[in-house]
Design a protein around this ligand. Sequence first.
Ligand SMILES: Cc1ncc(COP(=O)(O)O)c(C=O)c1O
Length: 388
Amino acid sequence: MKISKRLKEVKESPTLAITARAKEMRQKGEDVVSFGAGEPDFDTPAPIKSAAIKAIESGFTKYTPSSGIPELKKAVSEKFQRDNGLVYEPGQIIVSCGAKHSLYNIFQVICDEGDEVIIPSPYWVSYIEMVRLAGGVPVIAKTEQKDEFKLKKDRLKEVITDRTVAFVLNSPSNPTGSVYSRSELEGIAEVLINKKVAVISDEIYEKLIYDGERHISFASLGKEAYDLTFVVNGVSKTYAMTGWRIGYLAAPSRELSSAIGRLQDHSTSNPTSFAQKAALEAVKGDQGCVEKMVSEFRTRRDYMVQKVNEIKGISCVNPKGAFYVFCDISGTKMGSFEFAKRLLDEAKVAVIPGEPFGWDTHIRLSFATGIEDIKKGLGRIAEWVKGL
Ligand SMILES: Cc1ncc(COP(=O)(O)O)c(C=O)c1O
């Protein structure tokens, strides 16, 4: 049977491919250390699990309104007000099956064939494929390492055209961990507002932030920014709930949220009923679990950054958020795929090549793995690089 042209062009996720290979090697009994994880290694906090169990036991197992249960939409709207100073009525909120689903929905709703979407590089790999699946054209705006991989206003001006419909912002970023400051966001906002370009602000790593940095939501910069912005967030990374598949978005108007709602009505319907109850507990409940996780991540990040920068031929910028270290491997004279493949084969350490993120001179290491594994894995990388 034929496969549609659209799907033929969609690439396999490189993150999933490497982690799957590392897992396979482990299953064969090989002692592999993996820095590939894109999810917290912590368990989902007990009160969140209990909320789901209670929901199942009480029979909360049927269809719900397809854009989410009213109490969760209300809690999300309160979260936006509390954490980001943003006012959204519950009707502007759509709960979906993960932030990925929210992003997919947005591109489907705002892109027509040939519309351009600007994506700063390095980028999270799925943006490119999602834009293509919506008929759009991803336009890559390369950043500089010396700017901590953050896009400058002048670079943005160079890539905007009359066909630009949207700009993707991801702060804190996967794969770089960069966090935009208010003044950096204001610089970008000036250009986007002037050209009336929509902003898709992926804030999934909002809470995983270090060194006293503050997350600023793009939509909170003012009314003009608000009117152009879709804010995307979710419970996956903040509450170690990647498998539960609950994300959400806030649209700047009821017209846009209803369009997304219609898409969801005819595609997935509601996200899992009892997972929504768990997400409700996550968003409304005690936030102590987040503080604990962030504190552990910070310790691991400090260790990783120090050790990486001690290895000759490799270096990294200190990430201010998320749980990734984006390492420059250009000193080894290898491309990122060759580096990752040889490292896995020869030293049994899995890392993610930077090429699929738009940077072949880099690899991504995740510190969402225990400190003992981090020590062991970095020790192996140091030895292996020394022997090259
Ligand atoms: C930047 C970014 N956005 C969105 C997602 C997807 O999150 P979710 O698991 O809620 O779909 C990820 C997951 O890796 C991510 O790194």
